[in-house]
Design a protein around this ligand. Structure first.
Ligand code: ZN
Length: 113
């Protein structure tokens, strides 16, 4: 239930933001979640649906934007698509690429009325 605790956390932050903006309702919440963040997308969608119940976010549309993993090799400088954190550089085989993208786990925008 890793995703559920993340979802509750996101909803808490979004509710706080909406309250500060004196929102009557929240129309849409956009999340950016990287493919290397360890979050299972389907589980996250289900968790968000459950977490927004009985909050100011109830009825809001939750959009999850997937961010593909990208790595940068510190040995040869190549940039490449990173399917998982432990992939070696396809050019020189070095491990420990610097992660440029894919670990995102954040609220991108909240649309309120
Ligand atoms: Zn390399």
């Amino acid at each position: 239930m890793h995703e559920f605790s993340i979802a509750v956390n996101i909803v808490d932050i979004a509710v706080e933001h909406a309250e500060k903006a004196n929102a009557r309702r929240v129309n849409e919440v956009e999340l950016e979640i990287g493919e290397l963040s360890g979050v299972v997308y389907e589980a996250m969608e289900t968790a968000m649906e459950a977490a927004i119940k009985d909050t100011l976010l109830e009825g809001a549309e939750v959009k999850i934007i997937r961010i593909a993993g990208r790595g940068h090799c510190s040995d040869c400088g190549k940039e490449f698509g990173l399917a998982n954190l432990f992939d070696p550089c396809p050019e020189c085989g070095a491990f420990n690429p610097e992660v440029l993208a894919g670990k995102e786990l954040r609220i991108k925008s909240i649309n309120v009325d």
